[in-house]
Design a protein around this ligand. Structure first.
Ligand code: SF4
Length: 281
């Protein structure tokens, strides 16, 4: 036995947006026995599997076109206006679990679009939330995930900058500074969710107290990638895992203090399973 001391970060686990979406889904699953959900309800395969066993059916936009007279859950990432129009055409009842933080951002972007501002969104191409944001602008806003994608000399001299809710605050402000350094006046809107940006600080403090850190997250989670980097920068003995089976005994030495933490899409039950596995070493 390696006599490891293992703690789970009590601040990790689902953010309120994800809790709300899963509670809504489970309520209907208990009543109806099944429910369609447009896209993965959360970027965590283990939690998706758990809900699939209760009857959650994940569909994509192609499936939505062929669906009629059903209830469909909209997950926390939100959807563009075209999805709501399609739901009316197909007599679908949308159970809207869009996170209030995302809905507020969609409204702000829509207001900027109505005022004809040139809109730039720092976000991941093709990410569901970003598709929902772009939809507020008839797909006219510019999305970029790296400042190098922008041709700085040809940008408008005044522009409005937004961010996907799960981006890194540090990188967002670096982008703002680069734009300003290039003579661009930026109407800057820091729309990064505080559930993510505040977790940065808490995680830095948490991981610095441990010899080894196990960061638990699905590989598709954007904030999982950001928060893992935060942990890794502060404690280079940080390992990324998606399930307990990926953990290797030779990562640990006798008497190590091990901290377990995760993304806003990581269920607490999964971190507890990770802890149980580590305690077998
Ligand atoms: S990370 Fe923030 S914006 Fe995203 S679902 Fe959670 S609470 Fe909502």
């Amino acid at each position: 036995m390696k006599l490891l001391q293992v703690d789970i970060d009590t601040q990790s686990g689902f953010c309120f947006g994800v809790v709300y979406a899963i509670e809504m889904a489970e309520e209907i699953l208990d009543e109806q026995g099944y429910l369609y959900c447009l896209g993965d309800i959360v970027h965590n395969d283990e939690e998706v599997k758990r809900l699939a066993q209760k009857g959650l059916k994940i569909i994509d936009h192609g499936d939505l076109y062929g669906l009629r007279d059903e209830k469909v859950l909209i997950r926390a990432h939100g959807e563009p206006p075209s999805t709501y129009k399609l739901a009316i055409q197909n007599n679908l009842t949308l159970i809207d679990a869009s996170c209030p933080v995302v809905l507020k951002l969609q409204n702000r972007i829509k207001n900027s679009f109505d005022k004809q501002e040139p809109i730039y969104i720092y976000g991941k191409h093709g990410h569901a939330e970003v598709i929902g944001l772009l939809g507020q602008t008839d797909n006219k806003a510019v999305v970029f995930q790296d400042i190098n994608e922008l041709d700085l000399p040809s940008l408008p001299k005044n522009l409005t900058l937004y961010s996907q809710t799960t981006k890194s605050t540090g990188k967002f402000y670096e982008i703002h500074q680069t734009l300003r350094d290039n003579g661009i006046e930026v109407n800057v809107n820091d729309t990064i969710c505080r559930q993510v940006s505040n977790r940065d600080k808490e995680l830095r403090e948490f991981v610095s107290r441990y010899d080894k850190v196990i960061f638990v997250s699905g590989t598709k989670s954007s904030n999982g990638k950001v928060l893992y980097q935060v942990c890794k920068e502060r404690n280079d003995q940080t390992y990324f895992v998606s399930s307990p089976s990926e953990i290797q005994s030779d990562w640990f030495t006798l008497g190590d203090r091990v901290g377990i933490c995760g993304a806003t899409s990581t269920p607490m039950w999964l971190m507890e399973e990770v802890k149980e596995r580590i305690l077998t070493f």
